[in-house]
Design a protein around this ligand. Structure first.
Ligand code: 5GP
Length: 181
């Protein structure tokens, strides 16, 4: 399927499932090499990263654990504005090597808040593994160690990512077709 329609928007294929699998395997190989002997705890941020997490973990061959969290954002009257609360993290991460598994880093604000929150729980180290980065949108100086793919600043769906709840099920990634195309 080269073109899909979700609600009012048309999308066209931009990254095939084969390309994704190749890059996910490459990232897994890097992690296997870098974090051997560290028993990393993979922290998958739902919902968007469920497919990436599944495929990444299938290629991780070192001893490790995986857990799943959700982020709830709520407004707080501080200078930092929105606060991300981490829901569902029952594991003790103190003195652990943590790998955050994210679907996409856009402005980087979500990741910055997540790092702040996790940092208060005394992990030994935190690494970021993301399927996608939009470098043109990145507003924060983040040390993103593991990136499967860098993409232009367009809205995408598929492979876990949604438009209004739909589109997460596709094994390819699709980019929105602009109105004048
Ligand atoms: P950030 O805080 O980095 O600006 O935003 C990250 C979050 O925005 C991602 O976890 C994802 O939920 C959402 N997001 C950013 N860009 C896209 C996109 O192109 N498509 C979809 N479906 N979600 C996106």
């Amino acid at each position: 399927m080269n073109r899909i329609k979700i609600k009012d928007k048309e999308f066209t294929i931009s990254i095939t499932g084969e390309q994704i699998q190749r890059e996910v395997k490459r990232v897994a190989d890097e992690i296997n090499r870098d974090l051997a002997g560290k028993n990393p705890l993979f922290l998958s941020v739902l919902n968007g990263s469920f497919m990436f997490t599944a495929d990444l973990m299938r290629n991780i061959t070192i001893p490790c654990e995986v857990t799943f969290v959700k982020l709830a954002s709520y407004q707080r009257a501080t200078t930092t504005g929105k606060v991300k609360e981490v829901l569902g993290l029952s594991e003790d991460i103190s003195d652990r090597t943590v790998v955050i598994v994210e679907d996409i880093v856009d402005t980087g604000l979500t990741m910055e808040r997540l790092l702040e929150t996790l940092g208060t729980r005394n992990p030994k180290e935190i690494h970021i593994a993301t399927l996608l980065v939009k470098p043109e949108k990145l507003r924060i100086d983040l040390d993103i160690k593991y990136v499967a793919m860098r993409i232009p600043n367009d809205f995408i769906v598929g492979y876990g990512l949604d438009y209004d709840g739909f589109g997460r099920n596709y094994s390819n990634i699709y980019t929105v077709v602009s109105e004048n195309e």
